[in-house]
Design a protein around this ligand. Sequence first.
Ligand code: ATP
Ligand code: MG
Length: 457
Amino acid sequence: MAKRILIVDDEPSIRKVLSAHLRRFGHDVDTVADGAAAIAALQDEPFQLVVSDLKMPNVDGMQLLEWCVVNQPGLPVILITAHGTVDTAVTALKKGAFDYVTKPFDRDDLHAIITKALATEAANAKRLAPEPGEELGMVGRTPAMQEVYARIEKVAPSPTTVLITGESGTGKELVARALHARSDRASGPFIQVNCGAIPENLFESELFGYEKGAFTGAVGSKPGRFELADGGTLFLDEVGELPLDMQVKLLRALQEGVIDRVGGIRPLTVDVRVVAATNVDLSQAVANGRFRNDLYYRLNVIPIPLPPLRDRPEDVPRLAQHFLKRFNSRLQRDITAIDDDALVALQAYDWPGNIRELENLMERLVLLSDADRIRLADLPEGFELPEDDDPSEPRTEELESMGLKEYVRVHTVKLERARIQRVLDAVNGNVTRAAQQLGISRKSLQTKMKDYGLRED
Ligand SMILES: Nc1ncnc2c1ncn2[C@@H]1O[C@H](COP(=O)(O)OP(=O)(O)OP(=O)(O)O)[C@@H](O)[C@H]1O
Ligand SMILES: [Mg+2]
């Protein structure tokens, strides 16, 4: 595949020779005459390689290298030096240059170095690739979450109504904000209404606003949340709590794009994208007559269901580490790790409060821990190592009657299996990399996987 290469040299003849040479290998080449222009080009578009002269006016090759190391880590920089400046070249290597070539250069040498640099760049790019969901501020890479990310990216740009469903603490608000942030309304307002928190008699004026004198106490006029969200997103949280008469008015607003202030004379046109969320089953509410069928279908044009955390235990360690990092820096603590057995217990827990519960727990653990790590014993009651019903494994009564040695062995086996599974998941089943991470040989990992019934994919 063609790679984009940036050539930086103040000498026009060198630019010409080099670019002709690289183009012959099918690369896409840009040339600039100094470091400042190079930085501008790099900020503009992605390049896979920089080949730069050392000595240039203004921003020289060394300064360019320093900029690249900080701002585009993983981007290889090859420096060109004149004969006799090898010392500087060595300094450049120490600063992170990929390699250097001396003028006049041998084409084969240069070609070999460039091939190697591009291969390194490709490997770096892979390693530096963002975690799925990272750009949305969301952690988790299980298939269920990947589906959520894909749907957010897909529907964010359209003005269509979205209904986010999921148990409490699964991330509904986070998704609503991500939808707004990824839309072309991102610079417009994001207005949130918690439908469960507004007294029934205030709903209409809260949502649609009122005119002066509309009711006793309306001494002035006031815009509602719909109007405030004009040009942006209106997030209707707990939409299942909306009273029936308000549901009619919401439907009209959605269908016709107009609202009526209480006591208003003529309807107002608004340009609002509505994102609704609920943790109750709206179809059930429809069946019970508490939610209008027509509004349900209007809201549910694009559903985004969020999985409960207990259905994706593979994401628990990643989330726990994410919150550990966050609270460590926020609370200025220095807790570096979570013990493996503690992670296993976190994974085995069923998280009725989902991610919020995990977040709160991590905050408490980071705050209260008196060690430099979080241990199984630090976890509150209710967190235990799993005791699964695998018939090949001893049951609780058997465990209790076991000698200490056997008891430890059984638990170690469980821990080991869980750890191997986790690492394999993290490296997408790549046995070589998993073995590296686990610090055991590939062969012994394969033996263990066979023993534990773990497959390679
Ligand atoms: N995928 C995720 N990655 C990282 N943090 C998350 C993720 N999902 C949710 N959170 C965090 O968990 C907490 C709860 O999320 P959020 O408030 O969005 O949940 P919710 O579904 O709206 O809950 P509720 O139904 O109780 O209102 C927030 O602090 C949020 O930042
Ligand atoms: Mg919420």
